[in-house]
Structure formats: C-alpha cells, structure tokens
Design a protein around this ligand. Sequence first.
Ligand code: SF4
Length: 210
Amino acid sequence: MAYAVKECFLTLQGEGVQAGSRAVFLRFAGCNLWSGREADRATAACNFCDTDFVGTDGPGGGKFADAQSLAQQVEGLWGEGADNRLVVITGGEPMLQLDSALIDALHERGFRVAVESNGTIAAVPGIDWLCISPKAGTEVVQRSGNELKLVWPQPGIDPVDLEGWQFPHFLVQPMDCEEREAAVQAAIDLAMERPRWRLSLQAHKVVGLP
Ligand code: SF4
C-alpha cells in the first residue's frame, strides 16, 4: 500500500503521558472529520483543529510506495542508537492509512509505535501506545487504549460518559483557541471536580518545538 505523509520529523512528544520523550513524528495527510480547508471549517464534524494535514509538502513528507520505504524514512530521522525508539503516528486521522504492514516494518526496526486518533475508525492491531481524542458529535468506535485525551471544553461531550471507557489514563487538555484562558480554567475545573482526569498541557508550544 502507498502512504501520503504530510510531514515526518524528529522532535520531543509535547502532549500526554509520554510528553518529553524523543520521538519521530509521522503525520499522515487527510482526516475524515474535516477537509483541512478553512472554507469548510464551520460545517466540519470537527472544527477546532490546530493542525495542517493537507498535502504531502511538509518537512520529510511525500508519497511513499510501501511500508518499508516509509519505515526507512522514520529510522533515518531517528539516526543511530537503538535505545527507546519511538514513533508517534498522527494526522489528520492516521487510521485512514495505518496498516499492519507499516506497524510490522517499524517494529522490525525496534520502534515502539504510538498513535493519536479521533477514535471514529477501529484501531489496527499491534499498536504499542494508543491515544484517543474524541470529538463532539462523532461516533467513537475505539473506546479502549492507553490514554484518552479530551480537548476541553467541547459542548456536546459529557466527560462522565467517557469515564466508563477502557483507558488507564484520562487527560483533559485546554483547547487552543481565542478564549484560551477560559479553556485552561475549564480544564482545571474538570480535573479538580473529577479526579479521574489529569490536566495535560501542550508543552511543545510552550518551549517552541514543532
Ligand atoms: S479529528 Fe483531529 S486531525 Fe481531524 S480535524 Fe479534528 S483535530 Fe484535526
């Protein structure tokens, strides 16, 4: 299978339980909840996206003919050293393209495979760390994984409804929007009122990493 990759680069994971970890970020092009065009944002199923996932023109991006060539790109970005190899596969929506062949090719090279998904498409087997970030008004079919990351506030989602899902970590992350201070306060309020939830901040934006 061929893969369309927006960008692929070495950085530190900025969010969630693994924040601060060295990782290759592999961002697939395309999402099933928004076209990525500003003209469509108001009518999209998800309309608070802060990511450019359109096309294949980012650093390290492109069209890759098969799993081996994409895994080779990831390994080349990591460089020498076999210790704690981590690739974070994101998007867009990575489940539109991620398959077992790519997971196997990354495992062969010693990578742990982390994935960040909106949960509307069932996850393929073999993922080592699965983060699901639900979006209001969508049908989340993937209700188990390693961390649930709720961008907050989102009218139409009741966090209490999510607490029965099968995740060891429940994270609430302030929405990156014009009303940022209010979003931070809302996230703090949720973590204070319901201790299942932990506050997650986007550390990469604080320190200026991509
Ligand atoms: S689901 Fe994720 S990638 Fe897709 S539009 Fe929403 S925030 Fe962006």
